[in-house]
Design a protein around this ligand. Structure first.
Ligand code: ADP
Length: 672
């Protein structure tokens, strides 16, 4: 086995790899860019080497700097993680001359699978079912239209060098082919420097299901079952699980066998993933093979009990696979939720900032249920614009799928993150979504379930009751505390009953609390409120200053986030974010007389939806614009976002110029 491993990556995956290396007694070397000087992976590694500026091209993507760092520290192996250099065959080739071992597959396999057209040809040769389409480069829009007509609509226009969901367009008819071809081509050129395009059938109601394979340098290849990754936004995964709720044993076996055949065809000798798209009739088609560790590998680890990083290190060191296909047993169900610094309310636009609070839920295994967190950040850290906005992965495992989902829901409720926009509330809502829970979805899930984008739910039903009960109990504790301080309640126990109203915006709930401390009995509704009376037992060990209220309501385990605000608390639960105030009846009567503060009118302003850099302006002062016209291009986290006019109008004033760096909600221009 290796003595010292350099990890050519950052963030959660670098930390993940360091963890296994430590368990195996291997020394670790981190590399870091200027932006990552204080990052968690640097702290965790035994040694760390700076490799230059924040821009990845000048640091994490610069193989010469990484090789120099390995030589300088005497590392005998390099794990590339995912992204960056992980699928660049030139990297292992360059390493060969140095004697440093690449922890990944042989460069030929990377090359063969790195190109979507070439890998499809190879797959077809290995008798793997591929998406019907044209196995070649499409030269121009005219040829594209002809091919699309032959395949039959809808079709998917794709970049051969594509990745990360980029350079992909769907066309439902001839007209859309020309447009899709042009935009795929230009996106492919700017993202990958390679504008070869191909066309295949668009599989309707597709599910994304992939097979994890594992090979060694002795010709052995096995598969570790599947992961389903159909919950995607912008063709990028957000929630993954193993096993898929859709596959039966026969289809799983068939997909596994084809994946192993494909891996063997390229002498695959590490961990890799064969991605398929599966239609509603369980027909499956090869999409591509990823020749590296996948982001979502933890769900496979939890259902197989294997450590994939350990397996990769062993294969790279020349060891034979210790497991045979028949030894692979899939146990229980695992769910992974990717935590992104992005705003689900603003179409998942990336967000940046300092992690003011990062307080994960309780981790570990209890009663057969595991909660795992793979993270690359810690409180006080900075989420910069330079890298991927994924900051952590929360993973749960339980004997049954719904148990793993419920556990994920609770863990998300208890995960306190502050300092920038993130997608925890969105993930928490999905965990309670019926179609997700029923396993009845396709890759269009997010688009179908949130057709107008994500809006945090308003509190109602059981969620409203739970929030009212928590708010009332906190208010009650605070009143009791005040009484204790003023020495008004010394002496014997007093049975205490306190009737209040809980206010969520315009919605008032009558609550009564009995008991001096937890457990308390909370009565909701009743007494002329038009709501029937409900009584729940509320118990917790929460105390002031704690950001998560954990306890039971009516015997159910509940985690609610609590943040003090003026005259009340901000509560967060199951995706609901509600400012709550508890009022006496008299206060409630008076509140009704208070004037309502109007929100400032921003309809005549174009505000910057995320922190970013102004790339260009498409309009000038005095110009008339129609709804849908491009106004300005802002770059954030390597993505160019075109801001468009929401309605017809006239630009009266422009307040920014290209090159300006803007904060969220900065005014870009004004309309007359
Ligand atoms: P990338 O390498 O950019 O991630 P993939 O080929 O893996 O691209 O596709 C990403 C996602 O796009 C898939 O998970 C699936 O949701 C969708 N997709 C790709 N090809 C097709 C297709 N032919 N039909 C339907 N959906 C597709």
């Amino acid at each position: 086995m290796f003595k010292k491993l350099l990890i050519a990556n950052r963030g959660e995956i670098a930390c993940r790899i360091i963890r296994t290396a430590k368990e195996l007694g291997i020394k670790t070397v981190a590399v870091y860019s200027d932006a990552d000087r204080d990052a968690l992976h640097v702290e965790m590694a035994d040694e760390a080497v700076g490799i230059g500026p924040a821009a990845a091209a000048q640091s994490y993507l610069d193989m010469n700097k990484i090789i120099a760092a390995a030589k300088e520290t005497g590392a005998d192996a390099i794990h590339p993680g995912y992204g960056f250099l992980s699928e660049n065959a030139a990297f292992p080739r360059a390493l060969k001359a140095t004697g440093i071992v690449f922890v990944g597959p042989n460069p030929k396999a990377i090359e063969a699978m790195g190109d979507k057209i070439e890998s499809k040809k190879l797959a077809a040769k290995a008798k793997v079912s591929t998406v019907p389409g044209h196995l070649g480069v499409v030269e121009d829009a005219e040829e594209a239209a002809k091919i699309a007509d032959d395949i039959g609509y809808p079709v998917m226009i794709k970049a051969s060098a594509g990745g990360g969901g980029k350079g992909m367009r769907i066309a439902y008819g001839r007209e859309e082919v020309a447009e899709g071809f042009a935009s795929s081509k230009s996106e492919a050129k700017s993202s990958f420097g390679d504008d070869r395009i191909f066309i295949e059938k668009y599989i309707e109601e597709p599910r994304h299901i992939e097979i994890q394979v594992l090979g060694d340098k002795h010709g052995n290849v096995i598969h570790l079952g599947e992961r389903e990754c159909s919950i995607q936004r912008r063709n990028q995964k957000v929630i993954e699980e193993a096993p898929s709720p859709f596959l039966n044993a026969k289809t799983r076996e068939a997909m596994g066998a084809e994946s192993v055949a494909l891996a063997k065809a390229v002498d695959y000798d590490s961990a890799g993933t064969v991605e398929f798209i599966v239609d509603k009739d369980s027909n499956f088609y090869f999409l591509e093979m990823n020749t590296r560790l996948q982001v979502e590998h933890p769900v496979t680890e939890l259902v197989t009990g294997l450590d994939l990083v350990e397996q990769m290190l062993k294969s790279a060191a020349g060891e034979k696979l210790a497991i045979r296909q028949k030894d692979v047993k899939l146990m229980g169900s695992a769910i992974e939720a990717r935590i992104y610094a992005e705003d689900p309310v603003r179409n998942f636009l990336p967000s940046t900032g300092r992690l003011v609070r990062f307080q994960p839920p309780k981790l570990g295994t209890e009663n057969g249920v595991t909660t795992r967190l793979d993270t690359g950040v810690e409180e006080g850290g900075e989420i910069s614009v330079y890298y991927d906005p994924m900051i952590a992965k929360l993973v749960t495992h339980a004997p049954k799928r719904l148990q793993a989902i419920d556990e994920m829901g609770r863990a998300l409720d208890a995960f306190a993150i502050e300092g920038f926009r993130h997608n925890i509330s969105f993930l928490a809502v999905v965990m309670r979504n019926k179609r997700w829970r029923d396993g009845n979805f396709s890759t269009k899930f997010i688009a179908e379930e949130f057709p107008d984008g994500f809006h945090p739910p308003v509190p109602k039903g059981a969620v409203r009751d739970a929030l009212a009960a928590v708010a009332a109990s906190i208010d009650h504790l605070s009143n009791m505390r005040r009484r204790m301080i003023t020495q008004q309640m010394q002496g014997e126990m007093v049975r205490f009953c306190d009737v209040r109203l809980v206010e969520f915006g315009e919605d008032l709930v009558r609550v009564g609390v009995e008991g001096r401390d937890y457990p308390m009995t909370v009565t909701l509704g009743g007494e002329g409120t038009g709501e029937r009376a409900r009584q729940v037992e509320v118990n917790s060990s929460w105390w002031f200053g704690e950001s998560v209220w954990e306890g039971t309501i009516g015997g159910e385990e509940v985690a609610v986030q609590v943040r003090p605000i003026l005259n009340g608390v901000m509560l967060q639960y199951q995706g609901v974010e509600a400012p709550v105030r508890v009022l006496t009846e008299r206060e409630a009567d008076l509140m009704a007389l208070m004037p309502i503060k109007e929100k400032p009118d921003t309809s005549k302003l174009l505000l910057c939806p995320m922190p970013g850099l102004v790339v260009s302006l498409a309009v000038t002062e005095g110009q008339d614009v129609a709804a849908g016209d491009a106004l300005c291009v802002v770059e954030a986290m390597k993505m160019e976002n075109v801001l468009k006019a929401e309605r017809d109008g006239k630009v009266s004033k422009i307040l920014v110029e290209p090159g300006d760096s803007l904060n969220v909600d900065a005014v870009i221009l004004e309309f007359a």
